[in-house]
Design a protein around this ligand. Sequence first.
Ligand code: ARG
Length: 589
Amino acid sequence: MKTIVEILSGRVSEAMEKVTGEADCQALVRQSQDARFGDYQSNGVMGLAKRLKTNPRELAGKIVAELDVSDMCEEPEVAGPGFINFTLKNEFIGGRLAGMDKDAAGRLGIDSTEEAKKVVVDFSAPNIAKQMHVGHLRSTIIGDCICRLMEFRGHEVVRQNHIGDWGTQFGMLIAYLKDENPEVIDKPETVEIADLEQFYKNAKKRCDEDPAFEAKARSEVVKLHNHAEDTLTVWKHIVDESRKHYQPIYDMLGVDLDESNERGESFYADRLAGVVEELKTRGVAIESEGAVCVFPEGFKNKEGDPLPFIVQKSDGAFLYATTDMAALQYRLRELGADKVIYVTDGRQQLHFKMLFASARMADWVSEDAELMHVWFGTMLGEDGKPFKTRSGKTIKLRDLLSEAVERARGVVEEKNPGLNDEQKDQVARAVGIGAVKYADFSNNRTTDYVFSFDRMLSMDGNTAPYMQYAYARVKSIERKAEEKGVDIAAEVERLGALNVSEPAEVELGKHIMRYGEAIASASADCRPNFLTSYLYDLAQKFSSFYSACPVLGADEDKRATRLVLCDLTANVIRHGLSELLGIDVVEQM
Ligand code: ARG
């Protein structure tokens, strides 16, 4: 089924075109923010009237006279300078809800987009030989959620993990391993990521102190770049070891990433010289103070001089930017992307702006292709400073997640001591991991937010446990109904359309109907918080409904409608949490 916004947009613009003879009229239909103005509002008439130099209210009146929406709405009203307000009819709401409930495809009656695209999403991208820290959490889970949203919308999504697996730091590390820990080379299974991190620190120190070692490290970089076998073998061990560290974190987080999604920096290594050459021959990159640079228009430094996007240093070395140019070219030309989304920290905004501008200068980006940097703010500690351990170290993601599960286990123990151990573990995992993810999603991604276990594990407010509890509660109502011998599916069949009439039923029903609109806006702006807000409102509207309207005690006709409202609420919460946010639900908690 099309969303209400889509249906009304179609009908209003058609009426606008009929009345004025103008082509491509924009109806600008939105959900009304204020119930006094109905459920939906079309704001397009004012612009059209301005263009035609005519009175907007009068024009709106003519459009309303032309418009037929009697199958779904009460008589539309013209308001203010020329808004058109729509109030949905209860029968229409009831019919739509039945349609959502009966959707056998499990899509809750929500259509796929008509303009399916190939979307490449670059996310997570940890740096190997280092443990993942909280900074990678945001990219990993926001990126995964964007992929899920896009996939549900019907786009073809290609997940790309641009891991940091190339570069001078590996020269140091390899030289160090060869020198000090040759046993690691023969027995890579004996070294863990934490060791690698320590080796790396030691290697750096040795580099600073010992010029002979530094030279060795540099020669290892050259050997690596020339694919010298012995060097490459050590490098592969390092990559494998790192993967053993981050794969379990992805699994724990419910993030769909594995080795097949890896296109690390090393993948592009052999293309860099070619990319720079191409940019030079096409006059996009020029030499400046020995380096090769692109000067995309509009970028200036503090002095007002053009800002370079450096693709090759004067010593011939390539940079992060060069790899990103090669990766973007690969995604556009070889993967055939219509849209490329990068999910990183806000501190890389300038880098991506310049990357996109440079690629456009090089004419790599067709007119309808879209490049998008989805950036996010910093996770802060309760002191309002970037989130660190008490001793000032970065927080390891693995430790953070373990702590969340442990704390959630405490909450479960307290709230529901009757569950058996296995159930408690399952709930603790769902709640603990869910809480960390949900807290991140529910914040506007472009603002910094304070990480607080207490808040995210609270049963009140817009949190994972609150939503998971809301789901379990609806499920328990359904279980009770089944115990009483009520067959919900049969009742829906018998009912046809839902019979919503009480204000709390109508409120809940209308909100359920808007699920598709919430998904569309969350995916268009890549903002998971649109979805969490929607789900939170749903849980609250369900609460009001449940306290105003008895379900199992209602007479037969009402009972069927109310049970279906329960069922739809549960299905939407389950779908939103588990399919789109990747957060597990539990049947009891
Ligand atoms: N590895 C980088 C980091 O940890 C992120 C890479 C993001 N993706 C990209 N194509 N530049 O900061």
